[in-house]
Design a protein around this ligand. Structure first.
Ligand code: SAH
Ligand code: ZN
Ligand code: ZN
Ligand code: ZN
Ligand code: ZN
Length: 462
């Protein structure tokens, strides 16, 4: 692969992908999943093109769908590149060698034997992130490990495994207990019985552990995630190794079938897709995968849910609202602020709460999403939805307009409500932070869509 990669490093900056999809932005544009796409260890690669002022510029190329950091996967190939047989064979071998040491099946068998061991013989290697059998101890002697792994620990793998925080690829940010509990209660109150948990290991874990405790707890969950470490703790009916940027099931047809079977139980009734993807962008790729999962669900009810969309919660920052609505016009954004345990910026601190920018986007009727009054949310009878305490109903917009939970103010010139810290700038002909630099850029900011600044200095991120 060497040659291709070398060529790549001089080309478009993959780190810029975040802002890539917006037409008009300079950088890279995602063209999507091509039928004949080559594969890297993460499944079919995605097709990209360099853009400048909204126009395609230069050769199209394939890059890894999952890893936006070259260090994690440096797959690169020009679309029109002729790849020799030798290179193809080498690539296939490379892909094979970059699969996990154990298969999911092997891990399930290992788990079954592991729980039969006495407590004193149960170890977990923290370096390899792997359950260890006594015969394997020797190989891991100079690694850090945990002893006496209890059944309780085995039932909360998200606590046992360290979160993969590398921002660009896994971005594993775990729900704070309060938010996870809120989501589960909401799901139950809405009458759902099954949850397709796409990139929500902690929600999955909460459901699994309640299901194993109480007989009257009827909710079931199937986890789809790219983090293969979870295959050590869940069977093939509970976990599929899955890439949500290209809808790729690493376990092949059997895994895909397990997912289909899960969606089709109960004639496809009372099931919801809940997802909390990495925030890095590629909304288009995510949306394409979610549409495929929804289509998989739809294949069920030939009579039932004829024109209905599969119910879904997409958990994502509020500044992606317009991007999500582009792909899912039936969705609306809820005011609920989702909190995380290990996110320095988003978790609520000991003293008072930080504002989390993460919201729930859903195709369910907003009035059905009841938000906790104890946390200050209230019902707006005009908007027919729950809103943040600070979110005032604007008489002119005739809507509760705040996106970030603070009280917004109406600008008559912009004919809309804006953030409290913004002022109308006659130069830019829109509202912005007072100390912004008036510069005309061709493309609007990727995050908020406004002209005058780039994504890195977007006021809505501050
Ligand atoms: N808040 C959630 C975790 C969200 S973090 C919870 O507490 O349950 C994002 C999740 O998406 C992680 O579990 C991560 O492993 C997974 N993920 C990252 N990239 C992925 C990909 N390409 N395909 C599938 N899952 C992915
Ligand atoms: Zn890859
Ligand atoms: Zn209102
Ligand atoms: Zn207004
Ligand atoms: Zn204005």
């Amino acid at each position: 692969e060497g040659g291709g990669n070398m060529a790549a490093s001089g080309e478009g900056d993959l780190e810029g992908l975040c802002g890539a999809e917006r037409p008009g932005a300079g950088g890279l544009a995602l063209l999507g999943l091509a039928p004949s796409a080559p594969s890297c260890p993460h499944g079919p690669a995605l097709l990209f093109v360099k853009t400048s002022q909204g126009k395609e510029e230069g050769r199209r190329f394939y890059a890894c769908s999952a890893c936006r950091d070259r260090k994690d996967c440096n797959f690169f190939q020009w679309e029109d590149e002729k790849v020799s047989e030798t290179r193809l064979a080498a690539r296939e071998e490379y892909n094979r060698n970059h699969q996990p040491p154990f298969t999911h099946r092997q891990n399930v068998e290992r788990y079954k034997s592991f729980v039969l061991l006495p407590l004193s013989k149960r170890r977990f290697c923290q370096e390899c992130q792997q359950l260890l059998f006594p015969a394997e101890w020797e190989k891991h002697l100079d690694h850090q490990f945990l002893c006496n792994i209890s059944t309780a620990q085995l039932k909360s793998p998200s606590q046992l495994l360290y979160p993969l925080e590398n921002k660009k690829t896994n971005a594993q940010y775990l729900f704070a207990d309060r938010s996870c509990q809120f989501l589960l209660d909401l799901i139950i109150d809405l009458g759902f019985r099954r949850v397709l948990s796409v990139g929500t290991p902690r929600l999955h874990e909460m459901i699994q552990s309640k299901a194993s405790q109480g007989e009257d707890f009827r909710v079931r969950s199937l986890l789809l995630d790219i983090d293969f470490r979870y295959s050590q703790f869940y069977t093939e009916d509970e976990f599929c190794h899955y890439n949500m940027f290209n809808h790729y099931f690493f376990g092949g047809e059997a895994a895909r079938e397990a997912c289909r079977k899960f969606l089709h139980q109960d004639n496809g009734g009372r099931v919801i897709l809940v997802t909390d993807p990495p925030f890095g962008g590629l909304v288009g790729a995510l949306a394409a995968s979610f549409k495929k999962l929804m289509a998989m669900w739809k294949e069920t009810g030939k009579e039932g849910h004829n024109n209905q969309e599969m119910p879904m919660f997409w958990i994502f920052p509020y500044f992606f609202e317009s991007r999500i609505l582009e792909f899912f016009p039936s969705f609306s954004m809820m005011d609920y602020q989702v909190d995380y345990d290990n996110h320095a910026l988003y978790k609520h601190g000991k003293t008072g709460r930080r504002q989390s920018p993460v919201r729930i986007f859903t195709n369910l009727t907003p009035s059905m999403i009841v938000l906790p009054v104890e946390e200050g949310y209230r019902f707006c009878t005009i908007c027919q939805r729950y809103v943040s305490s600070g979110n005032q109903h604007c008489e002119i917009c005739n809507s509760c307009t705040s996106k970030d939970g603070r009280r917004w103010k109406h600008c008559v010139l912009c004919k809309k409500c804006v953030k409290p810290s913004w002022f109308h700038c006659n130069n830019c002909n829109c509202c912005a932070l007072q100390n912004h630099t008036c510069e005309k850029t061709y493309a609007g900011c990727f995050v908020c869509g406004k002209a005058g600044h780039k994504r890195s200095t977007c006021p809505s991120l501050s």
